[in-house]
Design a protein around this ligand. Sequence first.
Ligand code: KG4
Ligand code: ZN
Length: 334
Amino acid sequence: QRETLILGIETSCDETSAAVVRGGTELLSNVISSQMDVHRKFGGVVPEVASRRHVERITIIVQKALEEAGVGRNELDAVAVTQGPGLVGALLIGVSAAKALAFSLGKPLVPVHHIAGHIYANHLIKPLSFPLVALVVSGGHTELIYMKGHNQFERLGKTRDDAAGEAFDKVARLMKLPYPGGPQIDRLALEGKPSYPLPRAWLESDSLDFSFSGLKSAVLNLVHNANQRKEEIHYADLAASFQDAVLDVLVEKAMLAVKKTGVNQLLLAGGVSANSGLRVRLSKRCKEEKIDLRIPPLELCTDNAAMIAAAGTYQFLDGHYADLTLNADANLPL
Ligand code: KG4
Ligand code: ZN
């Protein structure tokens, strides 16, 4: 049996990406065109600008992904695309491109949930073994997901307000750091000590939900009060304090989810999994608790189409195809 060849397309936010994956695990190409430089001057992603950039880049990126993989488009088994969640105007570009390609090739069109993609980034390094718990932390999501098999996602908890990455970006903005703020805070935190007292939202004692807006407000007040009193702020210490507060909650809730479900595999997924402090802290805790922790390499942490192709492979094998009326869904549930 020939191994499945899937083309993945991802345009949910500010990365235009296409990739080819063989057999669900073998990465043949993963072309990513970042728009970070375009959005940086606005201090965040401007949706219409993102859509316009995607439409300019998408066809060339797909062509490049096929070329780098050494795969002819007729050899593809299916075209997988991020259907949502994300910026609707950005998603529409990927969905339209995927439809046109699937239609012209006469191949199945496979809709993929962006979070499923982030989880499957780990599958490209080492095949997932079930059951498992995934901590998904990105600019739009903070969720704990339980999986007992391919394509089976059960949400254990989610953020009640801001996503972890969103909190990083907003606090970075307060500290006048350039967009995206997550990596900037990460870097700055390495030079500081967590000396500012900041709140941790544990919520109800057995809750697997998250909340980061109180922490964000606490940082806002701290900066505001210091400015009013003309006190100096030690930004590296503030970055370290903020990051410490986020990581405390992320790590302990992930451990609680593992304990509650009795699994021994934990996956980290999403853009915030690039955070060096989170990687170190979670590794240490999982070692203590003898939990098999999987963390994607940096290039697969942030948005990319390889993860969409990997997740799409199992949707394809299960026969989850979309017809040509497929639409983007900014709030697609997992
Ligand atoms: O998964 P992703 O690329 O896009 C979404 O699906 O949202 O995640 C982007 C988020 C941004 O909020 C960014 O600031 C954050 O991931 N991020 C980080 C780091 N690298 C990226 N946050 C903390 N530390 C990092 N090193
Ligand atoms: Zn993402």
